[in-house]
Design a binder for this molecule. Structure first.
Ligand code: NAP
Ligand code: G4F
Length: 329
């Protein structure tokens, strides 16, 4: 039985990847940082699985990572942990860069020392293309990061390449474009919109405040994207891959799609809040994942409209259940 370590297990991608690997028969060690509230909602469905173990780890903690490698002897490591919110990275740049850039450095050093045959996946991001005007972006496109988060991701991305070339590690970066799901963090724009629409529809909220509606993103479904992570580590040769849908839509288009499904009036319920704009914006992201299609045989299954409808229908069902379920005796 193969063993995989996943950092960031409590996040959106960590939970989908763990389910995917458990279904493939892996033993999965999920790493969670200590938080004052337990926060295991996304992993409750497999928390008690016989082949799953939850352990503590923080991206700052090198010694902890060495011990985990020695204890579990994994064949694969997926580094998904990060302070992943771009706007927050302008407010907490040092914490973000320490986790996002230095975390993978510490992990790669541990792999090199403990077992250089371990295969490593790094969660790189389309944010790294930043303000590069020449979309669509592929693996060769110029990186022009526009936030502390993206600068740190570029560092980690280059480092993976450096450790691959210098030490022969099987280390790959997936340059993933935005991917969403009903498990998306509630402060990212898609989930903020679907949750607000559900609450407005059920009478629990009146206004939704948003920032820049003109930004365009290449939005896919997280459940599709974790398969690509796994495929990268099954290749004989480690390489980097762009993972995207090849279609781009504005924040406004996502809002319109959800509000149309919810039969809500944007004019009545949505207001622009200037404090939600970023010091520097990434205006346009569009990916070209031809390489992943050709070499990994990967392609996205769920596209924009279906994704928006899926997220809204999950939120309205959940909020209805939370609000109206019987409270017991
Ligand atoms: P997410 O939902 O924000 O999850 C991030 C995970 O990292 C959470 O489990 C979080 O723990 C953990 N974490 C944060 N700081 C940590 C630290 N110092 N030590 C240990 N764990 C820490 O992010 P996601 O959407 O699943 O994304 C997964 C990865 O892909 C991230 O690296 C992200 O930057 C990258 N990425 C995401 C996208 C996307 O569109 N989703 C696109 C490209 C790249 P808590 O639960 O305690 O906060
Ligand atoms: O949903 P967002 O916060 O995602 P963003 O900044 O694109 O970053 C996400 O995708 C990256 C991959 O490209 C990941 F690396 C990163 O970890 C994260 O998962 O914002 C999307 C767009 C932005 O242009 C933002 O300015 O929506 C705009 N926006 C407008 N109003 C808003 C809001 N974003 C947020 N979070 N909240 C708003 O109220």
């Amino acid at each position: 039985m193969k063993t995989a370590i996943i950092t960031g297990i409590t996040g959106q991608d960590g939970s989908y990847l763990a389910e995917f690997l458990l279904n493939k028969g892996y033993f999965v060690v999920g790493l969670k940082r200590r938080t004052s509230s337990i926060c295991t909602d996304r992993i409750d469905s497999f928390y008690d699985h016989a082949n799953f173990k939850l352990r503590y780890y923080n991206l700052n903690d090198s010694g902890c990572f060495y011990r985990l490698l020695l204890e579990y002897k994994p064949q694969e490591i997926y580094n998904l942990a990060a302070q992943s919110h771009v706007k927050v990275s302008f407010e907490t740049p040092e914490e973000t860069v320490n986790a996002v850039a230095m975390g993978p450095l510490r992990q790669l050093e541990a792999i090199r020392a403990v077992d250089p045959t371990i295969r490593f996946y790094q969660a790189s991001s389309s944010e790294m293309f930043g303000v590069n005007p020449d979309a669509p972006y592929n693996e060769e496109s110029r990186l022009m990061p526009a936030s502390p988060y993206a600068c740190a991701k570029v560092f980690a991305h280059n480092l993976v390449n450096n450790y691959r070339e210098s030490y022969g590690l099987h280390a790959s970066s997936g340059i993933l474009f935005n991917h969403e799901s009903p498990r998306r963090g509630e402060t990212f724009v898609t989930r903020k919109i679907t949750m607000a629409a559900a609450k407005i529809q059920l009478g629990f909220q009146d206004k939704l405040y948003l920032g820049n509606l003109d930004a365009k993103r290449d939005w896919g479904f997280a459940g599709d994207y974790v398969e690509a992570m796994w495929l990268m580590l099954q290749q004989e040769t480690p390489e980097d891959y762009v993972i995207s849908t090849g279609e781009t839509y504005s924040v406004k288009a996502f809002l319109e799609s959800v509000f149309e499904t919810a039969r809500l009036d944007i004019e009545k319920h949505v207001e622009i809040d200037p404090s939600l704009f970023r010091p520097q914006e990434v205006p346009y992201l569009l990916g070209d994942s031809s390489k992943a299609k050709k070499k990994l045989g990967w392609k996205p299954k769920i596209k924009f409209k279906e994704l928006a409808a899926m997220m809204y229908s999950y939120d309205i069902k959940r909020i209805r259940e939370l609000a109206f379920e019987p409270k017991g005796e």
